[in-house]
Design a protein around this ligand. Structure first.
Ligand code: SF4
Length: 106
């Protein structure tokens, strides 16, 4: 094994751990707020992966579907759950990243 392999394994492990934390947050948050999580596991995994990568790279769960400006004051509204998600869920039935959905009443 080369040092590059070791680093890749460490990076993969860190990402997997962070994804688990983000997944736990999303489940708990959805349960608390009365939202559903997107039933499409592939999409959920992509969004969760994006949030986890931003946490590792930028230090916070920045929304992977919005542009981060680098201005902390401006970007703080883009930390998941972002400033706009409740309005989006109310209006469109889901948040911009299609992670959280309005609860299915059926
Ligand atoms: S759009 Fe959804 S996933 Fe993205 S930050 Fe807002 S609440 Fe989180």
């Amino acid at each position: 094994m080369t040092p590059t392999d070791d680093k890749k394994i460490a990076d993969d492990k860190l990402l997997a751990e962070e994804k688990e934390k983000v997944r736990a947050f999303a489940r708990a948050y959805a349960a608390r707020e009365g939202f559903d999580i997107n039933p499409d596991e592939k999409i959920v995994d992509m969004v969760i992966g994006g949030l986890a990568r931003n946490k590792i790279k930028h230090g916070a769960r920045y929304c992977p579907c919005r542009i981060i400006s680098g201005d902390r004051e401006q970007d703080k509204f883009k930390i998941c759950p972002c400033k706009w998600h409740k309005d989006e869920i109310e209006k469109d039935g889901h948040c911009h990243c299609v992670l959280f959905f309005k609860r299915n009443q059926d």
